[in-house]
Design a protein around this ligand. Structure first.
Ligand SMILES: [Cu+2]
Length: 227
């Protein structure tokens, strides 16, 4: 069984959320983020995406805020080729400092930090980094609107999203997570690691995190940075 069939169901379920997408209010951002780098296009933040679950994936993300317009650019390598990779900005804008989980988050010891096991560390989905349409938590598993890695496992993504003032003000508290792993190396998401706790129609492989990266200037535990 492949991920294809449930993809359609997820797409249908995600539709009402897309229709109710909130209209962005015209308020101008009051920029309280002093980290990041000021550019002519706004304030820019780097994210070093590091592998989780021995996925072998890595990458970089650049987040640029201009007022409440957030441009997200991601370049990642080593992802499961030809498969969609759900990706989100996780975390809270209300004070709790979430961060990327480490292997100790694997509570049941099956070798996989699932999305559910990672949630206490990285927090809930704040923004779904879809390719089109809704970007709320409701689209978290809309895998038909998530970017697909090419045949070499490379993924590139770019989208500008209108975000809330809370997100604009607390961007450094958030972090980027990409999902989708292939521990048995058969090239597809299968049920070898069981069902996803998030949607039992999806394999665990499709929703387990592959990379995570905190935003430069993050005040909590640092994942470090190579540059
Ligand atoms: Cu996520």
């Amino acid at each position: 069984m492949t991920v294809k069939r449930s993809t359609r169901l997820t797409a249908l379920m995600a539709l009402p959320a897309a229709l109710t997408l909130a209209v962005a209010a015209p308020a101008l951002a009051h920029d309280t983020n002093h980290a990041g780098q000021q550019t002519q296009h706004g304030r820019s933040y780097k994210v070093d995406l590091r592998q989780l679950n021995d996925s072998g994936a890595r990458g970089t993300a650049q987040l640029t805020l201009q007022g409440r317009q957030l441009t997200v650019k991601i370049n990642a390598q080593g992802l499961v080729p030809g498969q969609p990779h759900a990706q989100h900005i996780h975390g809270s804008t209300t004070g709790h400092d979430f961060t990327c989980p480490d292997a100790s988050a694997d509570k049941n010891g099956d070798g996989i930090v699932t999305t559910a096991e990672g949630l206490p560390a990285y927090g809930d989905i704040n923004i779904s980094l879809t390719t089109k349409g809704d970007t709320t938590k409701a689209s978290g598993l809309a895998v038909d609107r998530m970017p697909v890695a090419d045949k070499n496992g490379n993924l590139s993504y770019s989208r500008t999203i209108a975000v809330s003032q809370a997100v604009a003000d607390n961007i450094t508290r958030l972090h980027v997570v990409q999902h989708g792993i292939d521990p048995n190396g058969n090239g597809v998401y299968d049920f070898g690691k069981g069902k996803s706790e998030l949607d039992p129609k999806l394999p665990q492989e499709a929703t387990a995190p592959a990379t995570c990266g905190t935003i430069e200037g993050h005040s909590g535990a640092s994942m470090g940075n190579n540059y």
